[in-house]
Design a protein around this ligand. Structure first.
Ligand code: SF4
Length: 232
């Protein structure tokens, strides 16, 4: 069986198998593609003789942002481990509610979820001086960097080849800030790639709304920290 690595796949944001194989044909000269070849390879994938493999650690911020992404990944036979690491959330009761909702949905899909430490004091030190920044400002950039750096560190320790985050699923977040934080987080680890996928496309925003209702998720009304949304 030929196994393609997750790093290869996410470098080009490929999950669509045929597109990915076309990419390989041009870059790696593995195949000379005719339409017949593509069809043949597609059958080999379906029969399990060629497999696309990604060892993905997915940073998860909350159940509403994660559900459609997890459904999408599982449909593509990518089964990530989840990392719940959000020391930004305040107060602790709110943190526990969001974490429990994530665990409930992960359990429903049979996915592992890793519980990160909750040290809100450390988060406050990290963003010190940025308390008055508006949402999508410098405080949020720092907040993303803290969470994704921890995700990259853990992924490297545990032998994952790819990280991603559900943070960008919310239209209130700045995608450029998230992408920058992800790229910086993996820069220390040569074997790790940040999958900079736009999770708002391919119908995922619509599925987000549907799954939120179907699963009766707790739906928070503010981003998370005491300086966000209704809290400021
Ligand atoms: S508003 Fe949200 S992303 Fe920004 S610092 Fe607060 S919790 Fe983090």
């Amino acid at each position: 069986m030929y196994v393609f690595s997750g790093t290869d796949i996410c470098k080009k944001n490929y999950v669509n198998t045929l597109d990915y194989l076309c990419y390989l044909s041009s870059v790696k000269k593995l195949f000379s593609f005719t339409h017949a070849w593509k069809t043949e390879i597609f059958h080999l994938i379906l029969s399990g003789l060629i497999k696309l493999q990604m060892k993905l650690l997915l940073h998860t911020c909350c159940a509403p942002c994660s559900a459609a992404i997890l459904e999408y990944l599982c449909d593509k036979e990518i089964r990530p481990a989840l990392f719940y690491f959000n020391p930004n959330i305040y107060p602790r009761e709110e943190y526990e509610i969001r974490k429990n909702e994530c665990s409930r949905y992960a359990g429903k899909l049979g996915l592992d979820i890793i519980d990160g430490d909750y040290d809100h004091g450390l988060w406050l030190k990290r963003i010190a001086g940025l308390e008055k920044e508006p949402e999508r400002g410098k405080r949020c950039a720092e907040c993303f960097q803290m969470r994704l750096s921890a995700t990259a560190w853990l992924a490297n320790e545990k032998g994952f080849d790819t990280i991603a985050t559900t943070l960008g699923s919310s239209r209130w977040k700045n995608l450029k800030q998230i992408a920058e934080a992800g790229k910086q987080a993996v820069a220390f680890y040569p074997n790790l790639t940040f999958w900079d996928k736009n999770w708002r496309k391919e119908g995922l925003s619509e599925r987000r709304r549907i799954l939120l209702k179907e699963n009766d998720f707790y739906n928070q009304q503010y981003c998370g920290c005491e300086f966000s949304g209704k809290n400021n």
